[in-house]
Design a protein around this ligand. Structure first.
Ligand SMILES: C[S@@+](CC[C@H](N)C(=O)[O-])C[C@H]1O[C@@H](n2cnc3c(N)ncnc32)[C@H](O)[C@@H]1O
Length: 251
C-alpha cells in the first residue's frame, strides 16, 4: 500500500473542514501561540523559517507575521490551497510548496529554523524526516516539533476517543471517526510514532539524527488557553497533552 498517497488523499478531503474545528484561526488563540513562539526565539532577528506539513498554514502565517521569511511545504494540495487562501485573507506573504517532509525540495544549509506541528505522528519514516530537516538547516539552526500523543493505546484513552467520536461528530467540523479510520486504519502500523509519540522518544530521534541541546517545552500557556475554551465534558474527554521539542544543528 502506498502510505503517502493514502495520507495525501485523507488530508485533501479533510482540508475542507480542518480549520472549522478545533484547529481554527481564532485570533485569541493565535496570540497565545505567537507569544510562546516569540519567547522561544532570540528577539530582533529575521530568520529563514520552513514550516513542514503546514496544513492551513497556522505556524507559517504566525512566523511571517512576526517578520520572518517563511517557506511552507505540505503533501496535500487541498491543504496548500487552504493555506494560500488564509495567507491572502491575512495579507501575508509565505512561499508555499507541494512536497514531502521526508524528501524536501530544498537545498542544504538554507534555513535558520525548521518547524512542524502535529506532523511527526503521521510520518512513515520519522527518522528520515528529521535527517532531512537537519540537512536543510544551517549550522547553528534550530528545529521546533510540536505534537501530542493523539492515539495513546491505553484503554481509558481509547474509550474517551470512542465517546468523543460519537458525541462530537459534526460534518462541518469533525467528520465521524469512521472516516478517519477508513484511511488511517490500514496504514497505522506503518507509522512508527502513531501510538507511541512522547517528548522522550522524539528527543531520542533528534539526538540520534545529530541534533544537540534538545529540550522540552510543555506549552503550559497554550494548553491552559485551549482548556479554558472547553466545556467540562469536552475537558474530560480530550485529555491529550501537547508539547514542543527543540533541537539545534551544531555542525
Ligand atoms: C494534523 S495536520 C497539521 C497541519 C498544521 N501543521 C496544523 O497544525 O494545523 C498534518 C498535516 O501534515 C501534512 N502531511 C502529512 N504527511 C506529510 C508529508 N510526508 N510531507 C508533508 N506534509 C505532510 C498533511 O497533509 C496535513 O496538512
Amino acid at each position: 500500500m502506498d502510505c503517502k498517497k493514502v495520507i495525501a488523499d485523507y488530508w485533501n478531503l479533510r482540508s475542507s473542514t480542518y480549520t472549522n474545528g478545533e484547529n481554527g484561526f481564532d485570533e485569541e488563540e493565535r496570540i497565545v501561540w505567537r507569544r510562546m513562539l516569540e519567547n522561544s526565539l532570540p528577539s530582533g532577528q529575521k530568520l529563514k523559517v520552513l514550516d513542514v506539513g503546514t496544513g492551513p498554514g497556522f505556524l507559517a502565517l504566525l512566523f511571517a507575521e512576526m517578520g520572518h521569511e517563511v517557506t511552507a511545504v505540505d503533501i496535500s494540495l487541498g491543504m496548500l490551497e487552504k493555506a494560500r487562501n488564509n495567507a491572502k485573507s491575512l495579507g501575508i506573504k509565505v512561499d508555499f510548496f507541494h512536497g514531502d517532509a521526508e524528501n524536501l525540495p530544498f537545498e542544504d544549509c538554507y534555513f535558520d529554523l525548521v518547524v512542524n506541528k502535529y506532523l511527526l505522528w503521521t510520518l512513515p519514516r520519522p527518522k528520515a524526516a528529521v535527517q532531512e530537516w537537519r540537512r536543510v538547516l544551517k549550522p547553528g539552526g534550530k528545529v521546533f516539533a510540536i505534537d501530542g500523543n493523539w492515539f495513546n493505546p491505553r484503554p481509558d484513552k481509547r474509550i474517551k476517543r470512542w465517546i468523543t467520536g460519537v458525541v462530537n461528530t459534526d460534518m462541518n467540523k469533525n467528520p465521524p471517526r469512521s472516516f478517519f479510520d477508513e484511511f488511517y486504519g490500514p496504514i497505522r502500523n506503518s507509522l512508527p510514532l502513531y501510538e507511541d509519540i512522547s517528548p522522550e522518544n522524539i528527543s531520542v530521534v533528534f539526538s540520534k539524527m545529530g541534533f544537540a541541546n534538545t529540550a522540552v517545552n510543555p506549552l503550559q500557556e497554550v494548553q491552559e488557553f485551549k482548556k479554558s475554551k472547553l466545556s467540562f465534558t469536552q475537558r474530560f474527554l480530550r485529555d491529550t497533552s501537547i508539547f514542543l521539542i527543540t533541537g539545534q544543528k551544531t555542525a
